[in-house]
Design a protein around this ligand. Structure first.
Ligand code: SAM
Length: 173
């Protein structure tokens, strides 16, 4: 039997509209690379995340570039720029903070049972998640690394754990 890829228009919109928003948001801490931001937006769209909060941006956000790199998903995914740490503190009042980082206390992401509502926090290629935010952590999770390197790309790491959280959340309901 033949098999073919479905294009955008062949995936039925009504089916997609019935999928609920996942009660998970994401904070990017110091992620300034548009390739990475674009991939993160595509994952957020794919899983219908609640919102992305962009923290520690070096420059004004280039919306045109973000739209291009995110394959237009930046038009559909809710997002907000967090200007200073007080914005992080106010989010902490509403969400469980799950830090995506290898720390001395982090656990394998497969062992974590999502406590909702949750906010996943990812760090930058160079510095990882800021210490100030790690201090606010309810839990830190990591991907085990069996090779030489100590980390994978930020969007890759986010995709792995977010799909895992999505499966866990949907299986408990
Ligand atoms: C390239 S890593 C930087 C990690 C680290 N601070 C370093 O410099 O080795 C960028 C971000 O991807 C995520 N990340 C990458 N690999 C990870 C892993 N194995 N476990 C948890 N998070 C990871 C984290 O959010 C991290 O802040």
């Amino acid at each position: 039997m033949s098999e073919k890829q479905l294009n955008h228009n062949e995936i039925i919109p009504e089916q997609k509209n019935n999928i609920k928003t996942l009660p998970v948001c994401l904070i990017t801490d110091g992620v300034n690379d548009y390739g990475n931001l674009g991939m993160i937006f595509r994952i957020a769209d794919a899983l219908k995340l609640e919102k992305i909060y962009l923290y520690n941006l070096k420059k004004d956000l280039n919306l045109r570039l973000l739209r291009k790199k995110s394959r237009t998903t930046s038009e559909y995914v809710k997002f907000e720029i967090i200007e200073d740490f007080s914005g992080i503190l106010s989010l902490k009042k509403s969400y469980n903070f799950v830090i995506l980082e290898k720390t001395d206390k982090s656990i394998n992401y497969t062992e974590y049972i999502p406590k909702l509502p949750l906010c996943l926090i990812t760090g930058s290629e160079k510095n990882g998640v800021s210490d100030d935010i790690i201090k606010l952590s309810d839990v830190s999770v990591h991907l085990p690394m069996s090779g030489v390197n100590t980390s994978v790309n930020v969007a890759t790491a986010a995709a792995v754990v977010l799909y895992d959280f999505n499966n866990k959340i949907n299986n408990y309901e």
